[in-house]
Ligand binder design. Structure first.
Ligand code: NAI
Ligand code: 13P
Length: 287
């Protein structure tokens, strides 16, 4: 394998292009590749987050790649932390979202290793939306850690957060499968990221130090970018444009804390107010 630092050099002759950059940079990356890659290339996005649509709503990153580069783009998201996959100490998992059966099976063989086990589902959008939304919930879990609060709050943020993930897909991306939430990209990635990810670590420090996320990224992430706080902004933009912030109280309060509109303790109140909330029953997902 040869590593090159220029994205166009890496992609211009490729049959399969794997996209793994912080989602903040996708637009520019696509500009640098548009019209200069193989027309029959296939994209796979590992990128977690959304893009804001002017005029309201959000766009999936894989759809942006597909539209801007005129190639199909599938997704690979799951319960894995990059360093742990590289260390090969135990078996990690990931979910490949690909609506074409034969291609899904080919891509599975390509990514599967003894230490990274891939399962394939056709439900591409749900895989991608789960990957993005769990970073918001993990940010909330980090706030609870930073407040040094009882674990009960962490457990409740995970449960309420998972429920809002299901609800978000049900309302805005109808037609997915409920079973996708039980794949690696769903509940498992939510737990892994909420215990071992950078979003949790930095949001705990956000509460403890009073520093901004930008300062913490510089100090703690060595040039990497957090995905949770910007994804919370994108989701809040979507919910505001649909007048639905009150239906997603956890996502909403996490965004308000990230942007300094509310103190971290507001998350405790949100949990107390919603802990007995009725379980959300999906109307538009296939059992
Ligand atoms: N690190 C992890 O454990 C996992 C990350 N992801 C997702 O993958 C995406 C990338 O995250 P990381 O791996 O942390 O990224 P990273 O910060 O390590 O960067 C990955 C690549 O993006 C390039 N890059 C950085 N800034 C850029 C810019 N301004 N323009 C163009 N390219 C740039 C870097 O050179 C590098 O090749 C995110 O959406 C993340 O949520 C997905 C699964 C696991
Ligand atoms: O997305 C991840 C695991 O799936 C990594 O999470 P963090 O970005 O919080 O480290």
């Amino acid at each position: 394998m040869v590593a090159v630092s220029d994205a166009l050099d890496a992609a211009k002759h490729a049959d399969i292009i794997v996209f793994v950059v912080p989602h903040q940079f996708v637009d520019n990356l696509c500009k640098s590749l548009a019209g200069r890659i193989r027309p029959n290339a296939i994209g796979i996005s590992l990128i977690k987050g959304f893009d804001i649509k002017t005029g309201g709503g959000i766009e999936l990153i894989s759809h942006i790649i597909s539209t801007k580069l005129l190639i199909p783009c599938h997704v690979l998201m799951g319960a894995n932390i990059a360093g742990e996959v590289a260390a090969e100490k135990f078996v990690c998992t990931s979910t490949l979202g690909c609506k074409y059966k034969a291609r899904g099976s080919f891509l599975k063989d390509l990514f599967n290793t003894p230490h990274l086990k891939i399962t394939v589902v056709a439900d591409e959008d749900t895989v991608e939306v789960c990957g993005a939304l769990k970073n918001i919930v993990a940010t909330g879990v980090g706030f609870i850690d930073g407040l040094e609060e009882n674990n009960r709050y962490k457990e409740a943020v995970l449960r309420l957060g998972f429920m809002e993930m299901v609800q978000f897909v049900d309302v805005f991306f109808p037609g997915g499968n409920i079973s996708t939430f039980f794949e690696s990209c769903g509940i498992e990635d939510l737990i892994v990221t909420s215990f071992a990810g950078r979003n949790r670590k930095c949001s705990a420090a956000f509460v403890k130090t009073g520093k901004t996320f930008k300062e913490l990224e510089n100090e703690m992430l060595n040039g990497q970018k957090l995905q949770g706080p910007p994804t919370a902004v994108e989701v809040a933009y979507m919910l505001n444009s649909k007048d639905m912030t009150n239906k997603f109280p956890l996502f909403t309060v996490i965004h308000q804390i990230c942007t300094g509109k509310k103190p971290a303790k507001a998350l405790l109140k949100c949990v107390d107010d919603n802990i007995a909330r009725r379980v959300y029953l999906p109307k538009n997902l296939i059992p």
